[in-house]
Design a protein around this ligand. Structure first.
Ligand code: SAM
Length: 220
């Protein structure tokens, strides 16, 4: 299917070529979505066409800035959200506990790059850093620092697709900087609440699929 950039071209912060690139990325990954829940754990894939709408609002609201923002997907799977976010952030970090799932990153990205090249669109930015391990394991962040020079507290925007959302919220509350943001994808209408985090945008992208929280200090 030929991606259509028309919808994107009119939106602020995303030009026609980038809009068509996002449409292609959405079509590519959404054609190989994964969804299971069972004894081997829980895995689902963000709908990247919906996620692109979230990006549009985050850009329009000044929440993300391609020259500054550090983004971390706390359970990144094949890194698809990292690939899409790479155009809109300074550094796109992903952490995945399952090495087999993480190993899908390179072949998927290679196939995607082939399609992007064929369509003369924009390749993902060279700012994606994926790590194997648990995002709850403090020692993992030594490897992140060695490769990127960034600590957990340098992340501006954390992300999860439901997975461990409440446990990740506790870590963000404990270890992230004041003002750090947490985008939780996958909730329909009824929002979770987290001690120490406030809702900043309850319906990012207007699709009842993602909410943005902010860490506030007790006094702030
Ligand atoms: C629901 S999937 C979401 C994948 C991807 N972020 C997306 O939205 O398409 C959650 C992923 O988190 C991984 N995961 C679970 N616990 C984790 C942990 N403690 N640290 C890192 N990754 C974890 C799972 O293996 C799974 O691949």
């Amino acid at each position: 299917m030929k991606p259509s950039g028309k919808k994107w071209a009119a939106k602020p912060g995303i030009g026609d070529r980038l809009g068509r690139t996002l449409a292609l990325i959405g079509s590519f990954y959404d054609a190989c979505k994964v969804g299971y829940q069972g004894t081997e754990g829980y895995r689902k894939s963000t709908d990247l066409r919906k996620f692109a709408e979230c990006i549009r609002e985050l850009l329009a609201e000044g929440v993300i800035d391609p020259s500054r923002t550090v983004f971390t997907d706390l359970g990144c799977a094949d890194g698809r959200v990292n690939v899409m976010m790479s155009y809109f952030v300074r550094t796109s970090i992903g952490i995945e506990i399952d090495p087999d799932i993480l190993s899908e990153y390179e072949p998927h990205k290679k196939a995607l790059l082939g399609q992007i090249e064929k369509a003369s669109l924009e390749p993902p930015q060279d700012n994606i850093h994926l790590f194997q391990g648990s995002s709850l394991d403090d020692s993992l962040y030594r490897g992140v620092y060695d490769e990127t020079g960034l600590r957990f507290a340098d992340t501006d925007l954390f992300y999860t697709y439901i997975t461990l959302h409440d446990v990740f919220a506790e870590k963000i509350c404990r270890d992230a900087r004041d003002g750090a943001l947490y985008l939780v994808y996958g909730f329909h209408k009824v929002l979770p609440s987290y001690a120490g985090l406030e809702v900043l945008i309850p319906d990012v992208g207007g699709q009842q699929i993602a909410a943005l929280f902010v860490k506030r200090s007790a006094g702030g």
